[in-house]
Design a protein around this ligand. Sequence first.
Ligand SMILES: Cc1cc2nc3c(=O)[nH]c(=O)nc-3n(C[C@H](O)[C@H](O)[C@H](O)COP(=O)(O)OP(=O)(O)OC[C@H]3O[C@@H](n4cnc5c(N)ncnc54)[C@H](O)[C@@H]3O)c2cc1C
Length: 389
Amino acid sequence: MVDYLSNVLWTEDEINFRKEVQEFCAEEIAPIADEIDKGPYPRELLRKIGKVGYMGVHHDRSVGGTERGLSYEIIVAEEISAVNGGLDMARMASTTLYGMPLARFGTAEQKKKYLEPVVAGDKIGCIGITEPDVGSDTAGMKTRAEKDGDDWILNGEKRFITNGSQADYMCAFAITNPDVHSKDGMSAFIVDTTTDGFSVVQDHDLLGMKSARVSWLKLEDVRVPGNMLLGKPGEGFHILMDELDSERTAIAGEAIGYARTPYEIAVKYANERHQFGRPIRAFEGVSFKIADMAMKLEAGRALTLTAARMYDRGENITKQASIAKLYTTEAAIQITNDAVQILGGMGYTTDYPVERFLRDARLMTIGGGTAEILRFLIQREVFKEFFPL
Ligand SMILES: Cc1cc2nc3c(=O)[nH]c(=O)nc-3n(C[C@H](O)[C@H](O)[C@H](O)COP(=O)(O)OP(=O)(O)OC[C@H]3O[C@@H](n4cnc5c(N)ncnc54)[C@H](O)[C@@H]3O)c2cc1C
């Protein structure tokens, strides 16, 4: 394995932690990385990941985490994604996408009951934002929650939900006051997926990320007790925006992982493969691609760590997280695509996992905010900086 660790950006503890995660991945995930791409990852694997603490690096000790912060979560994300993308997507959907809203807005009781077992890897979480008619325009959400005594009754559909058919709990967003803008009329709920009325319409058949399950779900008169409301009524949109900052930073970490392994394979292949009497690395058409890959990986890692460090210091990272996710995800698509090109015909076979990483990477300019939406957010933050209200 190439040493990316002697980097002035990382602390000694982060460097040692990365080595530890790499060893875990080499032992527990690499031997089955191709096999689990054919079906869902074994449930036991997520439990193992929880037991060694990689579900909880950014969670409080009170729920079994290690309180090390998002800079450690991006290390876990990169390292697991460098071996199998779908597995990390499932891990992250549970601990970050589902976990962070609970960590930041949940009561002590909610965290104890619904976050601690997820951090341990014993239970699985998912986040329910997207719907058949609502993707980028989250404020247009159709799912409704109506008060019935102390309870809430949820009705609606959620589509493309990572872990949806496997999850024990969902952090579900729904409109509780349709008479005002969603900014004030949306609320967040913890939903136990065994509740009557919660059903799986189907698991989506995906281009990549095949070791994860991504599902279309239905909520028909799902009764949610009042004490499973997250935060206050009407606080849902704020909780959602807050979650997206940590999600986008963590996804950027994953994107570096998807790109890194194909890059390493391409460098070795370019050195070994001979054509016209010389290694193909001797041709600039090949070696300049390698230069661009290396540059994008280094830049992406620095952007992602910047966003994570700012998050850990409690700063607003909407712009930084958007930049990190946009840059790394577009770079991951370019790098995995160029790696296939460098391997020629072999890149198009399943003899090398490069094609798998290309399929996995393709998702990342769509999920968690499309590239177009991120460009919109970045320019909005830029104009706010130049022309504050
Ligand atoms: C594998 C996978 C896993 C996912 N996991 C989850 C999950 O766990 N939970 C969850 O809630 N969701 C999840 N999603 C959903 C994902 O977040 C959405 O797909 C994404 O937000 C885009 O929404 P959409 O697919 O409805 O596209 P749309 O919003 O319909 O967009 C279609 C196209 O129009 C463009 N577009 C839309 N609005 C604008 C605009 N204002 N300006 C410029 N262009 C625009 C988009 O950029 C895109 O190119 C997942 C999706 C996939 C594919």
